[in-house]
Unconditional design. Structure first.
Length: 365
């Protein structure tokens, strides 16, 4: 990578005295479009999230694709889906996906009964098979299919028989139906996900009405009202809490100082944001990690160590690259204006999320 040009300290101090803002760094910036993304777990440091990417592969023998490239292109993401009727695990690495959420085996909510009378209901069994085929095309299988997950399914198990739906807890079913809020977990638009949508249901599907009807029927069978399902707390745990938490004033010394240095303390950061005050907190990819108001975002490759505090705003130290803006330098900050600083040790793990006034080393608001 080319060396970074830093603005002279004298110019910066003069700019502050005049009430103007120092120029953004223009030379030596590495943008996302200029880096080779990490696409294998062996390339990444242990325990580091590998961001989603498009995995394009030739169709398996006996299968075809309508894609003009002749390949099946699948978002390698826990929110991703491959082409309907195909198995996600055949077209994207579940090993990659499992870096994006904590995975651990967990017993099923209920062991399906071998003599369940619903097996004699052709209509129900047809819908059960359809729902299974839909889910098999999504990244959900990486943790929730005993035939795919390396140490067993995490509670609900798509491979369980005779009725896999029984392994799903009541709260999980509320998520499936879309009555419980799971939006903080992120989602692709259907147009970028082979028609799979989860804006109305918690589980991605190419037929929202059909999946909704299937899950609502199961809620009724279990004696769970829609009101009870809606009362389930939003999913996401710490991801949800960090997403909705209001940023407070930065501690003294945290923020962008008079020299244009971004000070975020220890430990390091894999993702670093400067946002307009009042912006939503950054969430998870693919749709919540670039909130409106993001002025500058710096990413670190999963193969390299985090950046450390004190780097120059708008610069890209070795191993890092500028995600936002996608082109050109970071926008100049206005002296005396309030901004939000967010530093993430990794996706969903903020170490700083606070408000500072540019140029004030005490970080006051």
């Amino acid at each position: 990578m080319k060396p970074v040009r830093t603005a002279p300290l004298g110019w910066l101090l003069a700019a502050l005295a005049c009430g103007t803002s120092p120029p953004a760094v223009e030379d030596g910036i590495t943008h996302r479009s200029e880096i080779t993304p990490v696409t294998q777990v062996s390339q990444a440091l242990p325990g580091v999230l590998i961001p989603p990417f498009l995995d394009c592969r030739a169709p398996l023998e006996g299968q075809s694709t309508a894609d003009p490239s002749g390949k099946v292109c699948t978002p390698a993401s826990i929110s991703g889906a491959t082409e309907p009727g195909k198995a996600f695990a055949d077209y994207a690495s579940c090993e990659i996906v499992r870096t994006q959420r904590p995975y651990y085996p967990r017993p099923p909510a209920k062991v399906p009964a071998s003599d369940d009378p619903r097996q004699s209901d052709p209509a129900f069994m047809a819908e059960l098979r359809w729902a299974k085929e839909q889910i098999a095309s999504t990244g959900c299988v990486c943790c929730h299919d005993g035939a795919v997950a390396p140490r067993g399914a995490s509670q609900w198990d798509l491979s369980a028989g005779p009725i896999w739906l029984d392994t799903l807890s009541d709260t999980g079913l509320a998520l499936f139906s879309g009555l419980a809020d799971s939006s903080v977990l992120g989602a692709y638009p259907a147009s970028a996900n082979h028609g799979f949508d989860r804006s109305q249901t918690g589980i991605p599907t190419t037929d929202t009405a059909r999946m909704r009807a299937f899950t609502l029927a199961e809620l009724r069978r279990r004696g769970i009202s829609e009101e009870q399902a809606r009362a389930v707390p939003p999913f996401g745990g710490p991801i949800y809490q960090n997403f909705i938490r209001e940023p407070a004033a930065c501690a003294p010394g945290i923020g962008v100082d008079a020299e244009g240095r971004v000070n975020f303390g220890d430990p390091g950061a894999r993702y670093l944001y400067i946002l307009a005050a009042g912006s939503k907190n950054p969430g998870v990819p693919p749709n919540l990690d670039r909130p409106a108001g993001t002025l500058w975002r710096l990413d670190v490759l999963p193969s390299l160590e985090p950046v450390r505090t004190g780097l120059l705003y708008g610069s890209t130290p070795p191993g890092s690259f500028q995600d936002t803006p996608a082109e050109g330098p970071a926008p100049a900050l206005v002296v005396g204006q309030r901004y939000q600083l967010t530093a993430l040790l990794d996706v969903g793990l903020p170490t700083q999320s606070c408000l500072f006034v540019y140029g004030m080393v005490d970080g006051g608001t």
